[in-house]
Design a protein. Structure first.
Length: 185
């Protein structure tokens, strides 16, 4: 359940009414040999325990997502009351990206790219698993669309499989096994 809420945090940060957060220091890759310098991270404000961000922060399976939210300067905005649906990739999903991709996206000069990717994981409204139908498309917070596929007892969003779903006070988080990459223009 904690994993799913972490994903919902990603959706909340993509809401257009987002506001900037205060920088608090280097990201988690600081100090690792060969790691890219991460963008300053945002301070996490006190939140309700069942809020998407609170759950994401508490989930060991979503530490990379939380790091990305901080680097994108989206942490405070996830306190939005919603309702939102977030598709939250696990740490293992991020690990499937080519070597150096995550570290590169955490660099300050790549913050715009990181924000687009995060916004591609969130949409308005609460889409329960049973609401997701084969062939339907959802408009995401970055203005792009994703396609839902249902078959063999699985629900997929583009190439990612939903592996868990968790309800939060401000929406729902669908934990996914693959990072969603927005289509190029």
């Amino acid at each position: 359940m904690k994993i799913a809420l972490a994903l919902l945090a990603a959706v909340l940060v993509s809401v257009p009414a987002c506001k900037k957060e205060a920088a608090a220091g280097p990201g988690p890759s600081a100090g690792r040999a060969g790691a890219a310098k991460a963008a300053p991270v945002a301070v996490i404000p006190p939140l309700a325990p069942d809020n998407i961000v609170s759950i994401a922060v508490a989930s060991p399976d979503h530490s990379t997502l939380v790091t990305a939210l901080k680097a994108a300067d989206y942490v405070t905005s996830v306190a939005n009351p919603g309702p939102l649906t977030v598709f939250a990739p696990t740490n293992a999903a991020f690990a499937k990206l080519p070597a150096g991709t995550v570290e590169g996206l955490l660099a300050p000069e790549k913050q715009g790219d990181l924000k687009e990717i995060i916004k591609y994981h969130a949409t308005t409204s609460v889409w329960q698993p049973e609401d997701l139908k084969d062939g339907m498309t959802l408009g995401m917070a970055n203005g792009k669309k994703v396609t839902i596929r249902v078959g063999d007892g699985k629900v997929k969003i583009n190439d990612a499989t939903i592996i868990a779903s968790v309800r939060a006070s401000n929406g729902i988080v669908h934990v996914i096994d693959t990072v969603l990459l927005p289509p190029s223009n």
